[in-house]
Design a protein around this ligand. Structure first.
Ligand code: ATP
Ligand code: MG
Length: 572
């Protein structure tokens, strides 16, 4: 490919609109252009990078026995009514009417459509298991499309759906996908972790997220320093608390004036206690019902754990006015003793002795509060957020918190969709049974962005070889010099003939801008054809990642470079 004939509109300046490095570099390097919020056009190199990810995903899905299909992007509302999601799915679902006034939506995911295929086409256990996948554009009207390809409104996803005859078979399908995902992200050359995840609005009983480790990740991961435990912070289990040995006599509950002291640390200091001895009462709106949540004063509530315990679709912290309007309770002085609204407690709270808590009266707290004697929560569970000071819930070793970008998510769905949509089959015993489903997504376009977030320097992107839009760039440093130009042209041809993806920089530009662009584009190998050709018949090969350079005799350059790249690709 000749650079001079390709649309690669690089820019020197940092685009003002881009906050994260992948977005900045994708724009600067001319990989993508914005159409409007959350919608991008992929220019030639952007498209090539996308295809690289897509091909790895496709190969590994096929190897795992999944079958590629392609479903429509426009979906009829009827199907979504059947699953119940027409009502449940929020404004991320782009809805519209066709010319016959029929409600439709743009597919943000395809459980409904694929379940419809399964119920029509699969009737017997003999046809199971089946795993159907597609690589297709999704549309989600994200509230905050941002960070370029990381969170677009339109993006490329690989989504797969498995159908099985039994729970055990479904778990086997899940295991296969987990292995396929590990192969996919390893082959992409990315540093990643599979973590235990929340199943979110899709529901279901088991799920893992695949996270590319990068500082700009929107998710926080909890990773054990010693064993295999790794979880999304939303899901990370707190180690089971042990009741401390205490000779302290159980005190009576006493009301004390704590004027103006709404914050835990103020109350603790005033009462001469540690924050661990104060019960913090947080008020949430859970599907619009007020619910109080008790955690130890030095802890934070983890909203996703709360949402799961309460089995609601949405929880958010209630503001002071809402709390007052709905309950006449004074925020800052609320506590569990005699609390007139429903409340739940973190498991640690139930082990507290002689705690302090709000008295449900402005300017007052109670001391000597003891669980079970003074209050009984509607439910008790693991509700607090894990911190770096916690120990691994499995082995007790130290934990590490780190940021990650979610590039894939696998769920064991169970019968959520197959039951609602009556996807049944006849089992070997003649019984009519419901298919057990799993679903498995990969954000193909997000993988491109995540690869850049993880691999870049101040000069530009540094693509892992398997994802690079081209593998090697040949720089002609002097178009007017016949010997140099002849050598560069020859090298370009030889490398292409050897099956490599080559970009030949034949532009009439200064060497400085050629070097800069080669770095910016993140192409793994750069061959510079310049004065060395005339001096001693050599060219320079440089690896983008390590910066290492070697001089190669022109006659052997193509063979050596090809061997190096092919060896690296098979080793990875
Ligand atoms: P997120 O929590 O980031 O919104 P999600 O849980 O909604 O992701 P899934 O429904 O599991 O995502 O979709 C599968 C994959 O698609 C995700 O793992 C992610 O890599 C990718 N993805 C989801 N939303 C977007 C988006 N708006 N832009 C780009 N990729 C996305
Ligand atoms: Mg989402």
């Amino acid at each position: 490919m000749r650079y001079s004939q390709l649309l690669i509109p690089t820019a020197k300046e940092m685009p003002a609109e881009a906050e994260v490095i992948s977005h900045q570099l994708l724009l600067r390097a001319g990989f993508i252009r914005k159409l409007t919020s959350g919608l991008y056009t992929y220019l030639p190199l952007g498209t090539a990078a996308l295809r690289k990810v897509e091909n790895i995903v496709r190969e590994e899905m096929n190897r795992a026995g999944a079958q590629e299909i392609l479903m429509p992007m426009v979906q009829p509302a009827d199907l979504w009514e059947e699953s119940g999601r027409w009502q449940k799915y929020g404004p991320e679902l782009l809805r519209f009417k066709d010319r016959h006034q029929r409600d439709c939506c743009l597919g943000p995911t395809h459980e409904e459509v694929v379940t419809d295929v399964a119920r029509r086409e699969i009737h017997s256990y003999r046809q199971l298991p089946v795993n159907l996948y597609q690589i297709q554009t999704k549309f989600r009207d994200e509230i905050r499309p941002r960070f370029g390809l990381m969170r677009g409104r339109e993006f490329l996803m690989k989504d797969a759906y498995s159908f099985d005859a039994s729970d055990e078979a479904a778990e086997e399908s899940y295991r296969k996908m987990r292995e396929a995902y590990i192969r996919i992200f390893t082959r992409c050359g990315l540093e990643f972790r599979a973590v235990e995840a929340d199943s979110g609005s899709i529901g279901g009983s088991f799920s893992h997220e695949f996270m590319v480790l990068a500082k700009t990740g929107e998710d926080t991961l909890v990773i054990c320093q010693s064993c295999d435990y790794a979880a999304n912070l939303e899901k990370a289990k707190a180690a089971m608390p042990v009741k401390p040995e205490s000779s302290e006599a159980v005190q009576d509950c006493v009301k004390v004036a704590t004027p103006g002291m709404k914050k835990v640390d103020k109350v603790a200091e005033f009462l001469g206690l540690s924050t661990q001895q104060v019960i913090k009462t947080m008020i949430y709106l859970a599907d619009s019902e007020l619910v109080a949540v008790l955690v130890r004063g030095d802890r934070e509530v983890q909203p996703v754990k709360l949402k799961n315990l309460l089995n609601v679709t949405d929880v958010e912290l209630a503001d002071d006015d809402t709390v007052w309007q709905k309950s006449k309770l004074p925020v800052g002085y609320i506590g569990p003793v005699g609390l007139p609204i429903r409340f739940v407690a973190d498991q640690e709270v139930m082990l507290m002795v002689n705690a302090a808590a709000g008295a449900n009266e402005k300017g007052h707290h109670l001391t000597g509060v003891n669980p079970n004697r003074d209050f009984t929560p509607a439910m008790v569970g693991d509700l607090r957020q894990v911190t770096a000071d916690d120990c691994c819930p499995l082995c007790g070793a130290a934990l590490r918190l780190t940021e990650g970008i979610e590039v894939g998510h696998i769920f064991k769905l169970g019968t959520k969709y197959s039951e609602a949509m009556k996807a049944t089959f006849q089992d070997a015993d003649g019984q009519e049974k419901t298919m057990i489903m799993g679903c498995y997504g990969i954000g193909v376009s997000r993988v491109v962005a995540a690869a850049i977030e993880q691999n870049h320097d101040q000069n530009g992107m540094i693509f892992p070889l398997p994802l690079a839009p081209v593998q090697v760039i040949v720089l002609n440093l002097d178009l007017k010099n016949e010997a140099i130009t002849a050598a560069a042209e020859q090298l370009h041809q030889e490398l292409e003939a050897a099956g490599l993806e080559v970009l030949y920089d034949d532009r009439d530009e200064r060497p400085g801008s050629k070097f800069k662009d080669a770095d910016l584009l993140g192409i793994p190998y750069r061959v510079t054809v310049g004065k060395g050709v005339e001096k001693d018949g050599t060219v320079e090969l440089r690896a983008r990642c390590s910066g290492e350079t070697v001089m190669l005799p022109l006659a052997e350059a193509a063979r050596e470079i090809t061997a190096k790249i092919k060896a690296e690709l098979t080793a990875g």
